[in-house]
Design a protein around this ligand. Sequence first.
Ligand SMILES: Cc1cc2nc3c(=O)[nH]c(=O)nc-3n(C[C@H](O)[C@H](O)[C@H](O)COP(=O)(O)O)c2cc1C
Length: 185
Amino acid sequence: MKSKKIAVILGSLRMDSLNRKMAKALMAVSPGSLSLEILEIGELQMYNQDMDETPPGAWTEFRDRLKGFDGLLFVTPEYNRSVPGVLKNAIDVGSRPYGKNSWDGKPGAVFSVSPGHIGGFGANHHLRQSLVFLNVPVMAQPEAYFGDAGQLFDDHGHLQTESSRDFLRNFMIAFSEWVMRNTTL
Ligand SMILES: Cc1cc2nc3c(=O)[nH]c(=O)nc-3n(C[C@H](O)[C@H](O)[C@H](O)COP(=O)(O)O)c2cc1C
């Protein structure tokens, strides 16, 4: 069977982002049934409905690229107990113009990472709220709120503990099953 193409979407643009490191760690332990690629969102202009008549090239390219993926993996920090603006902007850009929702029907999962104790719970669930509206079936279990993540990676960006790697491996196996169950092709 052909592997399913998964867009990995990050909620942080920071150079040394814990979430980017986590995304790479998730990609490294993913089963072969998934083929994952980071879809960058940092160049998307702020969404403005007036611009939908003649959308910027970056919006059109993002929407077109999204349509080519079978599933979505969001890896995000929490900003002020919610979704970082850059990620919410990408969600909004992909959801429009009206009636042309590029997220529609693609199975997804949310993984939140924070140096704080709560593990980005607020961002994780606010994101789920938008995804439900956009008709993205979001994996319920296992949940992933990765807290106290400041010491998680070594200087080369690798996870320091085998138990963390096991958690990621199991998460990706469950996500792969979720994608297979929720795609028809
Ligand atoms: C504007 C802003 C708001 C933040 N709000 C929260 C928050 O609500 N909860 C939390 O756990 N961490 C919060 N943080 C800290 C981030 O979790 C931390 O900077 C984290 O490293 C960001 O993820 P990254 O390493 O992938 O960039 C906030 C950081 C910024 C810059």
